[in-house]
Each structure stands twice: as C-alpha cells, then as structure tokens.
Design a protein around this ligand. Structure first.
Ligand SMILES: [Zn+2]
Length: 65
C-alpha cells in the first residue's frame, strides 16, 4: 500500500517523497498531498484561484439550465 501525492505523483517511502519506478505502484494507492504540493495547493486556495474556478462552474451550470 502506497501513499501517493495526487499532484506530482510522488510516493512516500520511509518518510520521503520520490517518483515511483515503473511497475512499482500497486492498485492500492491512497491519494494525498506531499508537503510541497500541500503548501502550493494551500497558496492557490488562499489566492482565490479555486474560488474563481467554482464561481465559473456555477455560472456555467446556471446557463445550462
Ligand atoms: Zn506532490
């Protein structure tokens, strides 16, 4: 069972994140954020980027109705 970052696809091995070797990954992968991507994702949330995306999607839904 691996823990894999859903952004950069690195896996956690012995507390470190690195890219998996070909064929190393099994089907049992838990998705998470590595510390670096967690920080970047938080910054994007705080900068309002995700809020803008959500607003655009809501607007598209309104128009489709
Ligand atoms: Zn990552």
């Amino acid at each position: 069972m691996f823990v894999q970052c859903c952004v950069c696809k690195r896996i956690r091995v012995d507390g470190e994140y690195r890219l998996p070797w070909p064929g190393e990954l099994t089907n049992e992968v838990a998705e998470t954020y590595c510390p670096r991507c967690a920080r970047e994702t938080l910054q994007r949330i705080r900068s309002g980027e995700f809020a803008e995306m959500a607003e655009r999607r809501a607007e598209e839904r309104r128009r489709a109705m």
